[in-house]
Design a protein. Structure first.
Length: 685
């Protein structure tokens, strides 16, 4: 190959000529240079062609790879043949399909629109169209497999023709994308529903303090103009409104909590609000949003103020009762009057100076000796008290003094009032014994007042003594720890105080629920709502909640569920109420050991129990624990209503309830509810 580098030796080898021969020699040189230029030009052209070919191949490979990655289909519609050929993809068979076959695979709802746009291109009215339709990928004639296709069609023209020769269509399968969008939309709607239906007011602000969104409760609290937004709050910066203006640094936003009165005349807001600010940050700690949670505590504050007023009134009532009892004791001592009470079961009589202090106790046989009764009526009455003391009665008796060592006889007026239990059985009687020798007139005037005071004092003492202590205890804890909460500096201390406040709120709520349940039972009767349910599954869910009540690490919570499936018909809410009361009592009296909750099928019903290793109950006290306001330990928190409600539930279901206990060994509270077993599957079967 001739190059510029070997042209010079060639020139030097040419023979030297006379001037007459210089022109031919020059021509020869020019011809040689032209020849070399042609050679160089051809070589450059070949290199360019080779490079262009390689570039075309690379571009083609890249485009083909891009088509594969994007799952794109390319088809060509031959208008004269009325036939669609496959250029790339899996949408149509390799041999192509006819127009009629193409129409069968387009969804009937999308076919008219697709045909209309294709007609515009076939008729030369449009050169490019974009549209979507659903395509059936099944060619076997079975159940359609619909996919969502995004179509871009371009008409192909031949020179000088007004109508296209064919149409090239690129189709992207958007099925997965649309399904993903639907799933994202569903999740978005779900979280939006949770956001909108929250029982507390929620709103979100930008890091600069401008309102982004607020839920329904927040719009109600703040009296927004409409559901879409509010002019005042949209134009008011968070950091310029109280209380954030005084307590939140917009350059360093931190957690903030406050409970105070909020007055915004522009929105007619005059409320007591509990407000919590929470900054939302990304993984790097950058502030993304500011979340505000608001709760209207105006009614709670009114209840708190009313409860304080009630405390004052209850305190005054207690003072009046104490004063009344002191006066009554003085009068009884001055008038030689005593209160007496009998128990037919023990055949004993007790005499009280006041309402609680026992002065003397004796058997029925000993008491008979004080009466001067020659007819034998007194002896007959005490021999069969359940017959002769069924009605209130007052009578005068000539008898020896009961409280003074003297031989002087005296006239005593004895008042007798029978005592019945909840089942209507006569258990005893009580009354007054008064020396009528000197004060008959005074005692007669005092009789009515004593009876009324005795009954009223007993009822008030029972109710007020329980309710005063039980209501004030959690309220004092809530108020006290709420005041301390503002002075705590660390999160651990705040969490501990909040935990105490939450427990006392839960205790107060249970107390109010018990009082409301007793009130409902007295006024409307106990309402039961049995439903079909799988009690085995419901029992597991109950135990998950009950286990959280056992906070003592020395006490183990044990669940005993012998069945995998137990389809039956009963009131789950009432059963949960009974087991909750059982476990709550067990937690109070069990300091170590275990609390076991279980059930089994027994006598065409379900037998449920709660076993503990607590202090136990004396045998003689076991029947009384299901009575109202009965508390075996006054130092343990409780109203004495929980077990009474459990007994009412058992009676309403025509079931049974009881307790087996031994002092120092623990107790087992149980309830049996009759019900029909529809499907039973024991574990291990």
């Amino acid at each position: 190959m001739m190059t510029l580098y070997n042209i010079f030796p060639l020139l030097q080898a040419l023979p030297t000529r006379e001037p007459s021969t210089l022109i031919p020699w020059s021509l020869t040189v020019f011809v040689a240079i032209g020849f070399i230029a042609v050679i160089i030009s051809n070589r450059i052209v070949r290199r360019r062609i080779r490079r262009s070919t390689q570039l075309t191949k690379s571009t083609s490979a890249v485009m083909e790879q891009a088509v594969k990655i994007s799952e794109t289909n390319v088809v060509y519609f031959d208008i004269p043949r009325n036939w669609t050929d496959k250029l790339y993809g899996h949408m149509i068979p390799d041999e192509g399909i006819s127009s009629e076959e193409w129409k069968k695979h387009v969804h009937p709802d999308d076919l008219p629109g697709a045909l209309r746009l294709l007609s515009l291109m076939i008729n030369g009215e449009s050169k490019r169209e974009e549209f979507r339709y659903r395509w059936n990928f099944d060619y076997s004639g079975g159940k359609p497999r619909w996919g969502s296709m995004y179509n871009v069609s371009i008409a192909e023209y031949q020179p000088g023709m007004s109508r296209p020769r064919g149409i090239v269509s690129t189709l992207v399968d958007e099925t997965k994308l649309i399904e993903q969008q639907e799933r994202e939309k569903e999740v978005t709607e779900r979280y939006k529903l949770i956001f909108e239906q929250s029982i507390i007011g929620l709103s979100f602000y930008t890091p600069d303090g401008w309102l982004l969104d607020a839920n329904k409760k927040m719009r109600e609290i703040c009296n927004f103009d409409s559901e879409e937004g509010d002019g005042y709050f949209s134009n008011a910066n968070l950091f310029e409104t109280p209380p954030f203006r005084e307590h939140v640094n917009k350059n360093h936003v931190e957690e903030f909590w406050v409970c105070s009165r909020s007055d915004i005349p522009e929105r007619d807001m005059h409320l007591y609000l509990e407000i919590r600010l929470h900054p939302i940050r990304d993984e790097k700690g950058n502030l993304l949003y500011i979340a505000i949670a608001t709760r209207d505590v105006t009614e709670e504050r009114e209840m708190y103020l009313q409860s304080k007023l009630n405390d004052i009134q209850i305190q005054k009532a207690n003072e009046e009762i104490q004063r009344y009892e002191t006066e009554l004791r003085y009068m009884m001592e001055a008038c030689e009057m005593r209160v007496w009470r009998t128990s037919f079961k023990d055949r004993k009589i007790q005499f009280f100076k006041g309402l609680s202090e026992i002065e003397k106790e004796m058997t029925f046989e000993e008491y008979e000796t004080y009466f001067l009764d020659e007819s034998g009526t007194i002896a007959e009455n005490f021999a069969h008290p359940e017959i002769h003391f069924t009605k209130p009665v007052a009578y005068l008796c000539y008898m020896r003094p009961v409280f003074h060592e003297t031989e002087d006889m005296q006239w005593n007026q004895i008042n007798n009032i029978p005592i019945y239990d909840e089942e209507g059985n006569l258990t005893g009687c009580f009354g007054l014994i008064r020396n009528m020798s000197r004060f008959i007139e005074a005692q007669e005037r005092l009789k009515h007042e004593t009876q009324r005071a005795n009954e009223s004092g007993r009822l008030k003492s029972v109710f007020l003594a329980n309710m005063t202590h039980e209501i004030r205890t959690p309220l004092n804890a809530i108020v006290g720890f709420s005041d301390l909460l503002q002075m705590m500096s660390t999160s651990e201390e705040k969490r501990e105080l909040i935990h105490v406040i939450h427990n006392n709120c839960d205790m107060l709520l249970r107390l109010i629920n018990d009082i409301m349940a007793i009130s409902a039972m007295d006024s409307n009767g106990l309402i039961m709502k049995p439903i079909d349910c799988d009690f085995a599954r419901s029992f597991d869910e109950m135990c998950q909640s009950l286990a959280q009540r056992v906070e003592n690490p020395n006490v183990q919570f044990i669940k005993e569920n012998p069945y995998k499936t137990l389809e039956t018909h009963l009131d789950e809410g009432r059963i949960t109420q009974v087991l909750t009361n059982f476990v709550t009592n067990a937690v109070k009296y069990t300091k170590e050991g275990h609390i076991k909750v279980g059930y089994r099928i027994q006598d065409n019903g379900i037998y449920m129990y709660c076993e503990d290793t607590g202090t136990g109950i004396p045998k003689e006290q076991c029947p009384k624990v299901f009575e109202r306001f009965v508390k075996l330990n006054d130092y343990v928190q409780g109203t004495g209503l929980g077990l009474c409600i459990c007994k009412a539930i058992a009676d309403r279901c025509q079931g049974k309830i009881g307790v087996d206990s031994e002092v120092g060994q623990g107790s087992t509270f149980w309830i049996w509810i009759p019900c029909e077993m529809k499907q039973v599957e024991a574990k291990g079967e």
